[in-house]
Every structure is written in structure tokens, then in C-alpha cells.
Design a protein around this ligand. Structure first.
Ligand code: GAL
Length: 720
């Protein structure tokens, strides 16, 4: 049977080599008649700047990659219905053309659901409010919108001649993303939707294969593929589909409140080698360059602004060694044995406990072998042919010509780099304080009861004020005995600052696992009318979960005041006034023009440790080309802008909880295994792209929510 398949392939290869085509068989993706073992890496274009793209792509090429994989970010491209943006960091065509110019292929994951630790999983927030909308199921409004956007992207790619049969670099696309688990959960409508998605995508006639990742029943001709830390046991759902690893996680994302995950390169190389020796033919590193979640693009809740991911190229675009170099050496070895890999199936023998040998020996005479030692504790001496090979624990050796060890996954030759952050400047700040707004303001909206935050803000801001007045009678006992009543506020998340008569009474926040929060504290109320101002703050919208569009944000109550003469007063249903966003946002204080609309304090008057403070400073770009960052240690929580560009959310006051035990590369890896920096801020440094700076007079604005020390903020340069 296998011989027959091979013959059919050889035949079809001869025919297809006449024109540019991409197809596949059970062994591999076939490009212009040639089966390929493809090494790919994820670089998401909006997570860096166009000025960084050529260097990132070059480093990917020098690292031995054949393919760059990216998602397409719908909410970046269509911020409001029908208004498209393909400029700047969202210049998808430019990104793809740069990849093409470097001689690499593209795997375009259109989604349009992308997950990706990206706000709302890539969906525009307006999509939720289209009448009758239900995400990712057999729902007409959703399918219409999804098809419209998918077509838009496919047509754009076609018009720029970017698909491989047109002479372009795109060799594959993706529809949906990890739909399998959702389909399993919701049953029939999920099945119908996935069938529809496959047919819809196929009908767009891109001329290149589509994949559906983590979707066991992906309908033909979609190729189902595997995502994970390891995928050697995965088999596609039909014998004529190639075995592909579309997301090999090179590390993991960081959440505010969590430590920084890392993954040893020995284990990544081991996962690749195990996959390839088991007949795998496509491996994509997720991420190869993680980059930065600029502005408010981070999603999934509590995801940090840094999306470094411990990827082979770090957030700043510098090589993360020895990871980058060791994987480059692995790719060189795989290229050497590619002719054997694409023309034979492995034969497997088991020389000892925890040991395997996989041999690829096609008729052509080429020969490649993988010697594996799965033992997490002991090294092994393995005999093969006429030679003996030493294998460290948990490692695989690759033998060219079934003889020469050209690579071992645990023998790392690349040097380790020391990452350095060197201070290059401080700032002369001016400050402006805003107060909790008055509930009578023209831009506030009074309603009875509590409303869900996203519904009110439509995510135009992280911030929503809930404002109420509470009248306290002069007869209240607490006014005499000093036992102040307890205010309890329940919120669906994500963070909450409580102000009583304009004084910050306290701050509470949730976490990625549990975004809900409760504020419960005695509060100093006085006789007469008191102002309760709740600043509810979202920290990125959910990106994953069945019908995550129904997840709530904000203060939904109950809200109670306990310890009054009457007992407990329920404030939940009383009148609340709403104000979307901060005053400073309305005034565009992040821009030079906007900032002139208020009076700023200078010198010794600059606010310290005060909530709701805007800081501004100007600075010159430091000499040289080294990447730059802001050290935000000493600050609490807020956002940063430079020359009007959103650098992202900062939150160094949220310290890393968790387990940072010693890390060994051996044994099964998971994202909790090799954590670092427990007890430190989850994110201290914030990438400042060089291309956002002018030589002089750069305008830096920081909004601090709960109070910090701006004098500690330092501009640093990042070197290896
Ligand atoms: C995958 C998903 C990616 C990303 C990753 C975690 O399941 O497909 O988009 O979210 O998890 O970083």
C-alpha cells in the first residue's frame, strides 16, 4: 500500500512540476513537485514594528527556517465595521512581501478566530453587538461576518499575487483555530459550523492547502494538525494527509501576577526530533519571535504587555541564545537528511528500555537515523551499525548517512547570552491629577442598577466609572463610635479602585484563572451626601472559551453597606451614573496637542504616590541602535504612550506568585515547570521601539492609576 502511495506521488510530482503548485500527500507538503520537510516559525506582524520586520525575518532565515507563520488580526484590520486598516503594524501585504523577498514561505492563519493572547481572540468588539450574534457556531450572523472577512483577506492576497501558484510565498492557510474542543463541547451546531467553515474556505480557491489545527474531524480537504509541547503521537485523520505540528510552544506567555515561563532548548529540540523521527514533516515554532502586545492589544485576561514567550528571537529582536543557535544547528542537521526523510517511512527498533532507533532508508541510497534515549535520568551508550554513540538523558542523536552524528538534542554548542539592561536616561516629569468625575457631568449617564462594562464602553477604554451618592444620617451610631460601615463590592473583573469622597479607599484585582473580585472594607463616610466612585478597569478581553463573548466585565454587584443603624443597605439597584474612560483620555493627554489643555505641576510639586496621575516628559533618543525599554519599577499600574503610540499596560506592582523551582531540561515539560522571577514584578521592562522615536523632543506620557514614584522610571538600553 505504502509503495503504491509513493508511486502515485512520484507520478503526480512529475505532472505537477510543470506549474507552480502546492499539494500534499501522507508524507509531506509538496511544493512544485517536491516534498519538503519544512521548519517554520511564528512572527505576528503587529507585535513588532515594520522597521523591525526585515531584521526579524533575516534572523529567522539565518536560523534555518523555511516558513514564517502568522495569524491575521481581524480587530486590528477592521476596527469599526467596514473601515479597514492595513497600515503600519497592520500592513500585512508588506510583511508578506518582506518574507517573500527573503526567500521564505508563509503560512497564513486567517482564523479569523485566533486565540493568540490577543484582545477578544482577534474578533472586533463590535462583532459581539451585531444582532443575533453567537461566536463560532452554526449562527448566520457570525458565518456571514466570518466569511466576509476571510474573503476580504483571501482577495487581498490574490490581488497582490501572494499565493504560491501565483508566484507568491503563501503555501498554506488556516481556517478557524483549535475548534476541536469547542465542537466537542457544543455538539451538533459545532459540527455543522466546522463543516461549513471547511467548505467556505475551500470554496475560496486559494490554490494552496488549508489546515485546521487541533480539530480531529477536520473535513477533507482540510489537513488536521497538532498543537502542543510534544506531538509525536499525533496522527492526521486520513492516511493521505501529512503529519504537521503547527504550534510547538517554545515557552509560554506571561500573565500579570505570574512568573516568567521558560522552556529549555534541549527539550524543544527533543520535541522536534521526536516528531520528525515519527514521520512528521512540518514543525512551526510558536513563537519564533513573540514580541510586544502594544497598546491595548493584549487579551485573554491579565496578559502582560511583553509577549517574549522565551522565543528564539527575544521581544527586542535580539537572539535568545543558546535557543536560537541550537535550533539553527538542528535545522542544518534536518536539511542534511531531508532527502532520506521525504522518500521513506521510518523503521523502528527498540534496543533497550527507554531506547528507540528510527531509520529512514529509501531506495535512493540516502540513509538517516535517529537514536533516542528517553530516560530522564541516565545517559545511554547505543550501538548502531559499526559504531557506538553516547546519548545524554532525554536526548536524540541525528545520524547523517546512518553514521555521522550531526546533532544531539542535548549537546548544546551555542553560547548563552547575558541579557543586560543598562540605564541611559531619566526624566524630568510634570504631573496632572484627575479626580473621580462628578455624577452630574455632561458625559455621564445615569441609570438604575449596575450595567456590564463592555456593554457600556464597547472597549473604547479600559476604564469605566460607576458613580453613586450615599446619604448618611447624622444619627448613625458609627459617626460617634468610629466603627465605620463595611462597603462590599462584587465585580466580574478585572481590577477595581474604590474612591470614597475622592480618596482612594482601596484596590482589588483578579487573575487570569479567576478574574472576579470582591472589595470589602470599612470606609470613612460622613454625615450627609457621600460620593462613591468605583473605577472598574479591564485588563484585556477574554480570548478563549466556549462563547467567551458572553463573559462579563465590570461591577455587577451586589454592592452593600453593612453596619448602619438600619443594618445593611443594598446599593445594587439604586441610581448609578456611568462615565466611559478617563478625563485624560477624553482630552488626549497622550498627545502634545491634547496635553496643552490642562495645567501641569512641575519641580517639587510633581505628584508622588498619588492615584489618577498623568505624568509627562520629553526626552531625546539615546545614541546608537540598541533596543530600548522603560524600567517601570516603582510604579503601580497604568498605561504608557510615546509620541501618541500606545506602549501598553504596565503593572510592576503585580508581583509574580508561583513556583520557581530548579529547572531541568529532562522529563515532560509543561508551562509551570521552568518559571523564573518569582517575587519580582511579572513585567518590569517595557519595550520602546526605536522607530517610534525622533532624535529629539520625544513626548512620553504615563497614566498611573493608584500611585507610584515616577523618579524611578528609567530609560534603559537592552544588549546581549
Ligand atoms: C494555543 C492557541 C494559540 C495560543 C497558544 C498559547 O492553543 O492556538 O493561539 O493562544 O495556545 O500561547
Amino acid at each position: 500500500m505504502k509503495i503504491l502511495v509513493l508511486l502515485v506521488v512520484v507520478f503526480s510530482c512529475i505532472c505537477s512540476s510543470i506549474k507552480a503548485t502546492v499539494s500534499y500527500d501522507d508524507k509531506a507538503i509538496i511544493i512544485n513537485g517536491r516534498r519538503r520537510i519544512l521548519m517554520s516559525g511564528s512572527i505576528h506582524y503587529p507585535r513588532s514594528t515594520p522597521q523591525m520586520w526585515p531584521d526579524l525575518i533575516k534572523k529567522a532565515k539565518d536560523g534555518g527556517l523555511d516558513v514564517i507563520q502568522t495569524y491575521v488580526f481581524w480587530n486590528g484590520h477592521e476596527p469599526s465595521p467596514g473601515k479597514f486598516n492595513f497600515e503600519g503594524r497592520y500592513d500585512l501585504v508588506k510583511f508578506i512581501k518582506l518574507v517573500q523577498a527573503a526567500g521564505l514561505y508563509v503560512h497564513l492563519r486567517i482564523g479569523p478566530y485566533v486565540c493568540a493572547e490577543w484582545n477578544f481572540g482577534g474578533f472586533p468588539v463590535w462583532l459581539k453587538y451585531v444582532p443575533g450574534m453567537s461566536f463560532r457556531t452554526d449562527n448566520e450572523p457570525f458565518k456571514i461576518a466570518m466569511q466576509r472577512f476571510t474573503e476580504k483577506i483571501v482577495n487581498l492576497m490574490k490581488s497582490e499575487k501572494l499565493f504560491e501558484p501565483q508566484g507568491g510565498p503563501i503555501i498554506m492557510s488556516q481556517i478557524e483555530n483549535e475548534y476541536g474542543p469547542i465542537e466537542w463541547e457544543i455538539g451538533a451546531p459545532g459540527k455543522a459550523y466546522s463543516k461549513w467553515a471547511a467548505q467556505m474556505a475551500d470554496g475560496l480557491k486559494t490554490g494552496v492547502p488549508w489546515i485546521m489545527c487541533k480539530q480531529e474531524d477536520a473535513p477533507d480537504p482540510m489537513i488536521d494538525t497538532c498543537n502542543g509541547f510534544y506531538c509525536e503521537k499525533f496522527t492526521p485523520n486520513k492516511p493521505y494527509k501529512p503529519k504537521m505540528f503547527t504550534e510547538l510552544w517554545t515557552g509560554w506567555f506571561t500573565e500579570f501576577g505570574g512568573p516568567i515561563p521558560t522552556r529549555p532548548v534541549e527539550d524543544i529540540a527533543y520535541a522536534v526530533a521526536r516528531f520528525i523521527q515519527n514521520n512528521g514533516s512540518f514543525v512551526n515554532y510558536y513563537m519564533y519571535h513573540g514580541g510586544t502586545n502594544f497598546g491595548r492589544t493584549a487579551g485573554g485576561l491579565f496578559i502582560t504587555t511583553s509577549y517574549d514567550y522565551d522565543a528564539p528571537i527575544d521581544e527586542y529582536g535580539l537572539l535568545n541564545e543558546p535557543k536560537w543557535g541550537h535550533l539553527r544547528d538542528l535545522h542544518t542537521a534536518i536539511k542534511l537528511i531531508e532527502p532520506a526523510l521525504v522518500s521513506a517511512y521510518p523503521t523502528v527498533t527498540y534496543p533497550g528500555k527507554n531506547q528507540e532507533i528510527h531509520v529512514f532508508k529509501p531506495k535512493s541510497g540516502a540513509c538517516a537515523a535517529f537514536l533516542s534515549n528517553y530516560d530522564p535520568h541516565f545517559s545511554a551508550t547505543m550501538k548502531f551499525g559499526n559504531a557506538q554513540y553516547q546519548l545524554p538523558p532525554w536526548s536524540i542523536s541525528i545520524l547523517h548517512n546512518c553514521k555521522d552524528e550531526v546533532f544531539n538534542t542535548a549537546k548544546v554548542k551555542s553560547p548563552t547570552t547575558q541579557k543586560k539592561m543598562t540605564p541611559v536616561g531619566t526624566f524630568k516629569w510634570q504631573s496632572y491629577n484627575e479626580e473621580a468625575p462628578s455624577s452630574e457631568g455632561s458625559d455621564t449617564l445615569a441609570m438604575a442598577g449596575l450595567y456590564e462594562q463592555l456593554n457600556v464602553t464597547r472597549d473604547t477604554s479600559d476604564y469605566l466609572w460607576y458613580l453613586a451618592e450615599v446619604t448618611i444620617s447624622p444619627n448613625e451610631h458609627f459617626l460617634k463610635n468610629g466603627q465605620f460601615p463595611v462597603l462590599t463590592v462584587m465585580s466580574a473583573g478585572h481590577a477595581l479602585h474604590v474612591f470614597i469622597n475622592n480618596q482612594l479607599a482601596g484596590t482589588v484585582w483578579g487573575s487570569l484563572k479567576n478574574p472576579k473580585l470582591t472589595f470589602s472594607q470599612s470606609v470613612k463616610l460622613r454625615a450627609g451626601v457621600n460620593k462613591i466612585s468605583l473605577l472598574s478597569v479591564s485588563v484585556g478581553l477574554a480570548n478563549v472559551g466556549t462563547h467567551y463573548e458572553t463573559y462579563n466585565v465590570g461591577v455587577l454587584g451586589p454592592i452593600t453597606l453593612k453596619g448602619l443603624n438600619e443594618g445593611t443597605r443594598d446599593l445594587t439597584k439604586q441610581q448609578w451614573s456611568y462615565k466611559v474612560g478617563l478625563k485624560g483620555e477624553t482630552l488626549s493627554l497622550d498627545t502634545l496637542d491634547g496635553s496643552s489643555s490642562v495645567e501641569w505641576l512641575q519641580g517639587s510639586l510633581v505628584a508622588q504616590k498619588q492615584p489618577l496621575t498623568w505624568y509627562k516628559a520629553t526626552f531625546n533618543a539615546p545614541e546608537g541602535n540598541d533596543p530600548l525599554a522603560l524600567d517601570m519599577n516603582g510604579m503601580g499600574k497604568g498605561q504608557i504612550w510615546i509620541n501618541g503610540e500606545g506602549l501598553g499596560r504596565y503593572w510592576p506592582a503585580n508581583k509574580a506568585h508561583g513556583n520557581c523551582d530548579k529547572c531541568s531540561y529532562t522529563g515532560i515539560y509543561n508551562e509551570n515547570k521552568c518559571n523564573r522571577y518569582c517575587g519580582d514584578p511579572s513585567q518590569r521592562w517595557y519595550h520602546v521601539p526605536r522607530s517610534w522615536l525622533r532624535p529629539t523632543g520625544n513626548f512620553l506620557v504615563v497614566f498611573e492609576e493608584w500611585g507610584g514614584n515616577p523618579d524611578w522610571i528609567t530609560l534603559v538600553k537592552r544588549t546581549n
